[in-house]
Design a protein around this ligand. Sequence first.
Ligand code: NAD
Ligand code: UPG
Length: 436
Amino acid sequence: MRVSVIGCGYLGAVHAAAMAELGHEVVGIDIDERKIARLAVGDPPFFEPGLPEILRSALGSGRLRFSSDPADAAGAEVHFLAVGTPQAAGGHAADLRFVDAAFDALLPHLAPGAVVAGKSTVPVGTAERLADRLAEVAPHATLAWNPEFLREGFAVKDTVQPDRLVYGVRSPEASDVLDRVYASAIEAGTPRIVTDFATAELVKVAANAFLATKISFINAMAEIAETVGADVTQLADAIGHDTRIGRRFLNAGVGFGGGCLPKDIRAFTARAEELGRGESVAFLKEVDAINLRRRHRVVELAREILGGDRRTVFGRKVAVLGVTFKPDSDDVRDSPALDVAVQLKGLGADVVATDPEGIENARARHPQLHYVADPREALRGAELVILVTEWADYRVLDPNEVGDLVASRAVIDGRNVLDPSAWRAAGWRYHALGRG
Ligand SMILES: NC(=O)c1ccc[n+]([C@@H]2O[C@H](COP(=O)([O-])OP(=O)(O)OC[C@H]3O[C@@H](n4cnc5c(N)ncnc54)[C@H](O)[C@@H]3O)[C@@H](O)[C@H]2O)c1
Ligand SMILES: O=c1ccn([C@@H]2O[C@H](COP(=O)(O)OP(=O)(O)O[C@H]3O[C@H](CO)[C@@H](O)[C@H](O)[C@H]3O)[C@@H](O)[C@H]2O)c(=O)[nH]1
């Protein structure tokens, strides 16, 4: 099938390459010419495991090309809208300017029978609004909403083998077209839910709201555990054995960040308030507050450890391990790790941050921080080590070896991934979130 993907960021670039790998003829379109130039030569503009391989293979097959001209989308049977929906400046609602601009630019190029399939995460009601406009301006085309559930770090696998497909449609024809796009996943038995626009839009934000709530639930337990000297990781293991609860997404620590969960729960709350239903999701404000408190808690712990009664970190050398919002990604959008580093720097600490993939993005946002690529360089002379992104390399650090580099053996394990007994045995003052 001929497919276009409008917006080639973390979602769209993977989607475009994966669709071509599945045999479709794909054009990826983005207004960012630098991004397009890199994608066109098989050089992904961001880090995502497996993307370079499928990108190069798809380009080599001749089934994938990239362009910054929306006219190049003409002739496709399906146009996936994958542009950003960030938090609006000065508020909590989603900024839909990119969706509207991409949609408008596409309108003149829609062939008869074409399906515009929204993948961006949008406030409920957006699809209906766009479908009504399509009916007016290009009645020969149809709209579908086909939310995306991929996780960064696993984006290629999640795109090729999704755990479910959701289609919000008004007509069975649109659903049939999407079935042809996803034929291989459907053949492999992927569950598929065909529904109306509003349900499809809500499924996406409900899923992210649930995940965020699960993380903040365990982080709330961590706050209580800290007060009474209990261990939140054992608590999570114990409740996680109940299959109704499940252990996944119960990792307590510095909390959630990224380009999705934080902005999606805020946009959901804002939309619910617009609909006069603010009270239904008012708890998401608490979820957000618990999450942000965890970042603050790491900063407070650092002040307690380094500053004693004076609680000052001024001039003290702190090594921050990790700047991305999660491992196996270079994404620093709303990163708890970077937030902690910035807060400590703001308090006058001599912060040295390191990360295997995120330094370039972090530097673009926060040039005031000192970054080093080699973790040993960050650790050398540190009076406090803070692990805030659980990259595989940091999980396996040897406390004896690291101990020889630092000025003082004090560590905050912001993701509960180090073995406290091994670090304590090596003479470290080990501190964690939610572990006495
Ligand atoms: N990143 C994820 O893991 C993920 C997963 C599921 C859903 N989503 C949702 O997908 C959407 C995109 O997220 P992302 O992380 O890929 O964002 P992103 O910022 O990485 O990418 C968005 C891209 O859209 C491009 N763009 C903006 N306006 C355009 C236009 N008019 N025409 C063509 N391109 C345009 C930008 O240049 C950018 O490259 C968001 O709604 C997000 O919530 C993201
Ligand atoms: O037990 C956990 C699990 C995750 N996190 C944090 O939560 C954030 C989000 O993690 P994750 O959900 O794995 O990352 P994303 O790639 O942002 O994926 C989420 O957001 C995407 C965009 O909407 C959705 O498509 C995915 O299904 C959804 O998992 C990260 O900061 C993690 O460190 C925790 O603190 N504890």
